[in-house]
Design a protein around this ligand. Structure first.
Ligand SMILES: Cc1ncc(COP(=O)(O)O)c(C=O)c1O
Length: 367
């Protein structure tokens, strides 16, 4: 068996190399490394793609979450409801603005926040809900938005893993008050370093996020609010511009590879492939399955040359720095998922031959 990579971006780079180099050269020559014209060009292109009025490029997905929370004026004394089964940045940023994360359990089928548990978690202090569209599949946004509307709460979709996915025909990142994403290199739309974006249809929030991104600056050296140094640099925006013409093809590849993985893996007893709900499409930022005995399963795949990763092995309420900072009741589904999930290699340019090799290795590992 040839070398299998967890995420292989070499074929993608080969396809865009000429354009990337041309764009890099142009920026080296213009010297406009900070907020050059490529930044606005990318913002407009991506906002149009997701269908939102505003797109704001920021330094990372983490900064997008932080800036969104700051723009909403969330701070000490406030509560923000989110999921315990996510990358740490979702909860970290709530703590950084001084608010209290309130964790509700996940739906064990989709791994996304269980909207049925939201109502019971709302208190007079609740200000916002942050659903995460985990592994690339949007959360159940109608139910979440409905509850948020009843209680006048903002909803920030953490779409760090789901740029390109849809919910009821609408693009992820344009499903709530603010949608944020990440351009970390391994994401479905990744740059060659750190990058991220926030999307909204609200003019006031868009202005606030734009200012907060540059130290709260409303005019040069006039700081109208507290901000951060959170710009996305011009070179990284140019990488996204070079990758974008291929993105629709890549999303389609991800749909096909995802469906093929699900079909092949569902024939193997002991393996639970992902479930994509009828009203969603997923971009499979991670292709994550469930097995009962993960340690021996992973050991066997490693031995067979198939790399794996665990997203995520420890739920947030059990993270050492967070146990005393979060408000949480019992979260059995998140805890069981953390013990059983394992992600298989997934990238748009994966061949069926490689995928067949991975599936054969899974069959052997589970036996
Ligand atoms: C769910 C989720 N939220 C937030 C982030 C943070 O994004 P970044 O790594 O660009 O800061 C990530 C990315 O790793 C993520 O997966």
């Amino acid at each position: 068996m040839g070398q299998i990579e967890f995420i292989d971006l070499k074929a993608q780079y080969a396809a865009i190399e000429g354009d990337v180099q041309k764009r890099m050269q142009a920026i080296f020559q213009s010297g406009r490394f900070i907020l050059g014209p490529e930044v606005e060009e990318m913002e407009k292109l991506l906002a149009q793609y997701v269908g939102s009025k505003h797109g704001i490029a920021v330094a990372s997905g983490t900064d997008a979450l932080l800036i969104a929370l700051m723009a909403l004026g969330i701070g000490p004394g406030d509560e923000v409801i989110t999921t315990p089964f996510t990358f740490i940045a979702t909860v970290e940023t709530i703590v950084l603005v001084g608010a209290t994360p309130v964790l509700v359990d996940i739906d064990p089928v989709t791994y996304n926040l269980d909207a049925n548990l939201l109502a019971a978690a709302i208190t007079p202090r609740t200000r916002a809900i942050i659903p995460v569209s985990l592994y690339g599949q949007p959360a159940q946004m109608d139910e979440i938005n409905g509850i948020a509307q009843q209680h006048k709460l903002a909803v920030i979709e953490d779409a760090a893993q789901s740029f390109g996915a849809t919910y009821k025909g609408k693009q992820s990142c344009n499903l709530s008050t603010i949608g944020i994403t990440s351009f970390f290199p391994s994401k479905p739309l990744g740059c060659y370093g750190d990058g991220g974006a926030a999307f909204t249809n609200d003019d006031t929030l868009a202005t606030a996020m734009r200012e907060i991104r540059v130290h709260g600056q409303s005019q040069r050296y006039v700081h109208s609010r507290i901000g951060v140094g959170g710009r996305m640099d011009t070179l990284q925006c140019a990488i996204i511009l070079a990758k974008f013409p291929r993105f629709a093809w890549e999303v389609n590849q991800r749909h096909q590879l995802g469906a093929r993985y699900i079909q092949l893996l569902s024939q193997i007893p002991g393996v639970t492939p992902p479930t994509i709900l009828a009203d969603c499409t997923s971009v499979f930022a991670q292709f994550t399955i469930r097995v009962a005995n993960r340690a021996s399963f992973v050991a066997s795949l490693t031995e067979q040359g198939v790399p794996t990763a665990v997203h995520y092995p420890i739920p947030i309420h059990q993270q050492p720095a967070y146990t005393s900072l979060v408000k949480a009741t019992t979260l059995p589904h998140a805890e069981l998922a953390a013990a059983q999930v394992v992600s298989l290699p997934m990238y748009a340019d994966m061949s069926w031959e490689i995928q067949d090799q991975i599936v054969a290795a899974v069959k052997k590992a589970i036996a």
